[in-house]
Design a protein around this ligand. Sequence first.
Ligand code: ADP
Ligand code: MG
Length: 694
Amino acid sequence: SQKYNIYIIYMGLLKKNFIFQEVNKLKGVGSKLSRYLKNKKIEKIKDIILHLPYSETDRSKISELNQLEIGKIQTIKVIVKKLNFPRIRNLPNRIMCEDDTGKIDIIYFNSREGYLRKIFPLNETVIISGKVNFFRNKYQITNPDYVTSIDNQEYVTKNIPKYNLTKGINEKKYRQISEQVTQNLPVIEDWLSEKFIKQNNLLNWNDAIKKLHNSDESKNNKSKSFRRIVFDEICANFLTLSENRKRIKKEKKNKVFNEIYAKRIIKQLPFQLTKSQKKVLDEINIDLKSNERMFRIIQGDVGSGKTIVSLISMANVIEAKYQCALMGPTEILSLQHYELAKKIFKNSSVKVEFLSGKTDPIKKRQIHSGIKNGEINLLIGTHALFQKKINFKKLGFVVIDEQHKFGVKQRSELAQKGGSNCDVLLMSATPIPRTMMMSNYGDMDISKITEKPAHRKKIITLSKPEKKIQELWPFIKKQVNEGNQIFWVCPLIEESQFLDFSSAKRKFDLINKKFPNLVGLIHGSLKKEEKENIIKSFLNKKIFILVSTTVIEVGIDFPNANLIVIENANKFGLSQLHQLRGRVGRGTKQGMCMLLFKEGLSKNAVKRIKILKNSDDGFYIAEEDLKLRGFGDLTGYQQSGNKNFKFADPIIHEDLFKLAEKYIYQTDKYSDQSKYNFLLKLFDKAEIINIKEF
Ligand code: ADP
Ligand code: MG
């Protein structure tokens, strides 16, 4: 009966720190089991706390043998009558049992005789729980989940949580492990006050965790206990961002300029800046002049004029005798920025250079020395800008374009690299809803460019069933004859590179037959360089129709492309579709977007098309997309990096996001930082902001 006693952990481990140790510190967990647990991302003891059951098995009722239901998990109380261990290999061991109402066989494959004799003492009563089968006119249970003496009956006859497990760990084994943790939770001093917990319909931490493991509360994402863990998770996220911000803002700087350069540039532009651009420029200038470092992100649709704004603000920094760096995600996009910068600084003494991995060695060396001696004022390029060899004489401003792949950790590293005199500006063309903005960029100040340059015409969005694709050819022919260029997007088939390639290839062949030598193909298995070459030949008008699966970079200007055809458009999120269509209509011609659909559109799909047809506002579309997501479309969001959360859902738990925002950013609770260290460690945030001990 000792076997099922609750496992007692060494007293030394009972401190709150024990949950941050590796799982092999638990009784019964060796290296093999550790490895299996790792498959489920369970490495530390605290990961067991966060690994919630998805359901539970009711083993509470003891059934008599004549009431058994075949195929169900049931618990029985029977007397062991006979044990049968055949000496012939492959025949199972059989234990024959009975109660007052009937008989049952318990079957074991591959179990040792000694062990079975121990747990099935002859003529004694045992409790057995497992799935009941019927075989050759007799009930049987094969490899039951539990066998125990009556003394230990309560260990089995109850609701037992069911966890998502992997090969090598069964329920019984995992239960021995998880109960060591959940029944010995460290008693922590809650970082939330009792009053706050009550007011907001939450639970205290210890009770919440116990509840989540002992009932089906974890299935209900609105239960108090689940809300508590969600709130904690959001807070851990916000605290990390807030701490990152504090660190960056702590360092003081001093830049002096009077905007002479910038004003001259603005005057020389062939167009008027939009109101939005002017506002954002003001926000940036206030930051640049302030003695706190800038840590800001500009959000604005493709083509809203972010890059121009960043270049104009650089003029100020250069006037203050600092160097600037502008990093783009790829060679082509960075080159376009370089071209734009050269135009803008044409009539000035500002020296601009371009650097990428492909820059030839002699030129590279020149640039290295120009950067070091301060001759070069503005360096534009790819991530090559931040290699170790590059030593700026006096770097004062770093701008990073299209950085939605940057996490908090990378941002924090980047800010450190620039040094305390360096202002940081990110630019993103992915409009994301407010809750996501908060949880992704809560450490940054946000500037939004909400309007597009006036001359830009709204893109005309049309839709058509794929069946009627024939009607499209004359239209496309007309475009090509007029010298217009066309994007043709097929959704990426993520499961299989082969399928992905073959479907795009088939489309390419079809179109190429109609427009020989005018079509290019970009697909997932091409190397980055090959992709760039094809994009270049599209830019240089060597080809007129570009078929692609992988999404072509957001920021590149293709002034001559005015039609984008999107196949199987329902596969994309609304925001993604909006971004895709933003790739056309950037020149003077009217942009058009043709959405092709498979037959039988759902109501929801029709709604989505309508939103796209009617609106041109990326922010609005992102919000609508999020609302509609409830109807089952997640695609657009994986991209926008919202996999930050294990428990929290921006729609279901919107109130908790708002609450956490108020709690972390608006009240000064965070002044006593140490009380949150446990929380930050629990959600793996401590490392990001360098908390080691507590
Ligand atoms: P983003 O970086 O937001 O995609 P860019 O700064 O690259 O946008 O601008 C896109 C294009 O629009 C560029 O060719 C730029 O010269 C032009 N542009 C920017 N602002 C304006 C404006 N206010 N009026 C007219 N054209 C503009
Ligand atoms: Mg851009």
